[in-house]
Design a protein around this ligand. Structure first.
Ligand code: FMN
Length: 363
């Protein structure tokens, strides 16, 4: 199929591939810069980005801001012409400060999910940064377009539609996740979102993701009308991914049976790899250990059996005994660590080689 660049406003990437933001510390400047340099959109995760920055214990806010500015400059150094985004969860207690730091650091795009980014246009006012909410339904797309038009006189510059097969926190109930190949299949959700955006005359690019591994799967979604695809898990097993070796090894060792849906302390289900840590939480053996960062608005920190910030930071430092790894539903396919450039070329070739059946130019 013919490959069309992905343009979010005036920011265009040669390949319609967005590397999904992965926190804590999994997609920083190393991965995002490499993806942007290879022609895709690279995304830095904004969640506790300063977790290993000097002075983090003393002042999280300062460390997070300094780290954000540094990682954006570093990604730009790696990919001077590339498109660099930052992923910022609406549920962060430091949402406003994180958005400000991303703008000050010169991010091209802010991707924002885990809640509805209703205040984002006001926070970005006066800047040229492109705003792309992450959604999981046509209803959310519609609500955001209407709200932003009414309150801020603008529409989102695009949407990421994340289906229930994705890694990390999921915007679906457990029952909906069970129907990931039925009523809540990404293809079905995509058709609904595109139809709704058409209906309300907000034809902005939609980037679809969650459970994609091969270029042919990406191509199918592009042929259905997606302007781009978002991929997370597959980028973890790359040379440039910022995750430590133990984290990448857990991906290489994973089998399909190891993938579990957990109930995260922040009140959402999440897809993760089973581990001794996860098993002891499920058995009720973990007790609240205190909140170290007060990072997520919706966190049930009083009753939570563990601090998710601490667990994810431990994993990001390679200590998987006291943490866990979020994964997408195709993690078991990972079997080798490759340079980002090779992976992008591979995906590019697979998309280009994809053929629609004779006589059909769109699914
Ligand atoms: C380790 C990991 C961490 C993630 N962290 C975040 C995050 O902080 N914020 C977010 O919006 N999405 C997060 N995600 C979701 C990804 O951005 C992406 O949308 C998703 O992984 C796509 O599905 P795939 O992994 O099957 O390709 C995470 C995913 C993984 C695997």
């Amino acid at each position: 199929m013919e490959i069309t660049p992905l343009c979010i406003g005036n920011r265009c990437a040669k390949l319609p591939i967005v590397q999904g933001g992965m926190g804590v510390g999994i997609s920083l400047s190393g991965l995002a810069g490499a993806v942007a340099a290879a022609g895709g959109i690279g995304t830095i995760s904004g969640v506790e980005i300063g977790f290993n920055w000097p002075g983090y214990r003393r002042s999280r806010r300062n460390a997070n801001r300094e780290a954000m500015l540094w990682h954006l400059a570093e990604a730009r150094r790696i990919a001077p012409e590339g498109v660099i985004g930052v992923n910022i969860m609406v549920a962060l207690t430091d949402y406003e400060q994180t958005v400000a730091a991303a703008i000050d650091g010169g991010a091209d795009i802010i991707f924002s999910g885990a809640g509805l980014p209703l205040s984002l246009p006001a926070l970005a006012e006066g800047s040229d940064v492109k705003l792309v909410p992450i959604i999981s339904s046509a209803k959310a797309a519609s609500l955001l377009v209407r709200n932003w038009r009414q309150k801020h006189g603008r529409t989102p510059d695009g949407f990421v539609l994340e289906g229930p097969l994705a890694g990390g926190h999921l915007g679906f109930t457990r029952e909906q996740i069970e129907q990931a190949h039925g009523d809540y299949a990404l293809e079905k959700l995509l058709a609904e979102v595109l139809a709704e955006l058409d209906r309300i005359e907000a034809r902005v690019p939609v980037i679809a993701g969650g459970g994609l591994y091969h270029g042919s799967e990406a191509a199918r979604l592009l042929a259905m009308g997606a302007s781009g695809v978002q991929i997370g898990t597959r980028f973890v097993t790359t040379k440039e991914c910022d995750a430590p070796a133990a984290f990448k090894q857990a991906y290489l060792d994973a089998s399909e049976e190891d993938i579990v849906i957990i109930q995260s302390p922040v009140g959402m289900p999440g897809r993760a790899l089973s581990s001794e840590f996860i098993k002891s939480v499920q058995l009720g053996e973990k007790n609240p250990t205190g909140c170290m960062a007060n990072c997520i608005k919706s966190c049930g920190r009083q009753a939570a059996p563990y601090c998710i910030a601490q667990a994810l930071m431990n994993a990001a430092k390679g200590n998987l005994k006291d943490g866990f790894t979020f994964v997408g539903s195709r993690v078991h396919l990972a079997d080798t660590i490759v340079p980002v450039k090779d992976l992008m070329e591979n995906l590019h070739r697979e998309i280009a080689d994809f053929q629609l059946p004779e006589g059909i130019d769109m699914i």
